[in-house]
Ligand binder design. Structure first.
Ligand code: UTP
Length: 417
């Protein structure tokens, strides 16, 4: 009883009157216990703080935005290219390299039922699932370097079981099962514009995935970061699940990062034009950052250098490399949360299920790239868009299966010649 009263007191403190009314008037003892149990693991103070800040967009001081240095792969002198590559190859051959695929997203824009990695596309090389494409790319590297690269997959509460089931059913597409590990990302409650936390059909708080920035803490909490360390892994490539030209094993990227004495690096591609709606690399307050197109002042978006290239033209393609020390450091940092305004069906105070047609609730997400700002510098390697970037985001139009398959097929054709 005391526990129940404490929960109500806590809910009162954060003005969660809807939940209080529901619990006291409409819930059975069993339902109360379940919700109480869930609430014990939710940091209400943090959620309310996020809600209060939901509409505040942190102002960026334009005077603190600077260009970031990058290396263009195509203009690397041959000697240097070879040197970087050899350094990277040594890392891979010595079993110090691992890959993480971030597959915890909801893939709402694509609208595929099930985890995005289970989406199938038809290419000139036959039909392939997105997870299968990743396996093929790992296997190719394994053959080349005589290793079996450990593969870690970040899932979410919503898609973890389905992801594992899918890979089991497909026998991991021939990958050594013991080398594939899963970890779940975190979640944060959604909250309605009126400040009440969203209660789902199951009479529990609706918690949504907390963004791909969850990777740092979740990897540590799962125990896998420690495991990587004890296995001698030093460099970890992190990428998304939906770029079908993503180069997940690249000795050159590894070599350049080591040579430049950085703990993190990213690939970039050139922004198509000043208006392209993408995030680009820059420095803000002297440290690396990915700045969203919405945040970059127009005058800077069009600014060019002496070669006529955009000053802020290095597009983030979610192709990152981390030293294990960087992941260890980031696991203990608080990343900022970004707010998205979403549609969320909910139970009202009378426990009626309300289906909404307009956005009504806030969802909070942290982004992996916000981790970069905890370091003074990072290496950026500019690569050719047509070689490494074919994202599947939307069901049709730009960045859709159709556009990605075309890029994939063209790549295959170019490289088979
Ligand atoms: P996106 O931001 O493109 O999200 O993710 P999404 O879930 O694929 O698609 P939408 O926005 O709902 O349509 C980029 C990468 O980050 C992963 C995704 O799985 C994808 O590989 N991601 C995203 C996570 O792992 N967790 C998240 O919470 C969000």
């Amino acid at each position: 009883m005391k526990k129940y009263e404490e929960t109500i007191e806590k809910l009162k403190k954060y003005e969660q009157n809807e939940i209080i009314n529901m619990m006291t008037k409409k819930y059975t003892e069993d339902e109360k216990n379940k919700l109480e149990e869930q609430l014990q693991n939710i940091n209400l103070e943090q959620v309310i703080e996020l809600y209060k800040n939901a509409k505040k967009i942190p102002a960026i001081d334009e005077t603190k935005i600077e260009h970031i240095k990058y290396t263009d792969l195509k203009s690397l002198p041959e000697e240097q290219f070879k040197e970087y590559k050899q350094i990277g190859i040594d890392v891979i051959k010595n079993n110090k390299y691992a890959v993480i695929t971030m597959a915890g997203g909801q893939g709402t824009r694509l609208g595929h039922k099930g985890p995005k990695g289970t989406f199938k596309i038809d290419t000139t090389n036959g039909e392939k699932y997105l997870f299968q494409i990743i396996v093929e790319s790992l296997q190719k590297a394994n053959e080349k370097y005589g290793v079996i690269i450990p593969w870690y997959i970040m899932t979410s509460e919503d898609n973890n079981d389905q992801t594992i089931e899918f890979l089991e059913k497909n026998n991991y597409f021939g990958y050594k099962k013991e080398k594939v590990k899963f970890f779940k990302q975190g979640k944060v409650p959604m909250i309605k514009t009126d400040g009440n936390i969203v209660i789902d059909k199951n009479k529990l708080v609706k918690e949504a995935s907390d963004g791909n920035g969850s990777i740092y803490k979740s990897l540590k909490d799962s125990g896998l970061l420690q495991e990587m360390k004890s296995e001698g892994i030093e460099w970890i490539f992190v990428g998304g699940v939906d770029n079908i030209l993503l180069k997940i094993v690249d000795p050159v990227l590894t070599g350049i990062t080591i040579k430049e004495k950085n703990l993190i690096s990213s690939k970039s591609v050139v922004k198509k034009n000043a208006k392209e709606r993408v995030g680009v690399f820059c420095k803000l307050n002297g440290v690396p950052k990915v700045i969203e197109y919405t945040e970059l002042p127009e005058r800077m978006a069009v600014e060019t250098d002496s070669n006529g290239e955009l000053m802020y033209g290095e597009v983030n393609i979610l192709s990152h490399l981390f030293n294990i020390k960087a992941l260890e450091k980031l696991a203990d940092q608080k990343l900022p949360y970004h707010t998205a305004f979403k549609k969320s069906n909910y139970l009202n105070e009378d426990t009626e299920f309300i289906e909404v047609s307009e956005p009504n609730a806030y969802k909070f997400e942290s982004y992996i790239f916000d981790g970069f700002s905890f370091f003074n510098d990072m290496s950026i390697l500019r690569v050719k868009r047509e070689d490494e970037f074919a994202p599947i985001k939307n069901a049709s139009g730009s960045d859709s299966p159709e556009t990605a398959i075309k890029l994939y097929n063209e790549y295959v054709e170019r490289n088979n010649k």
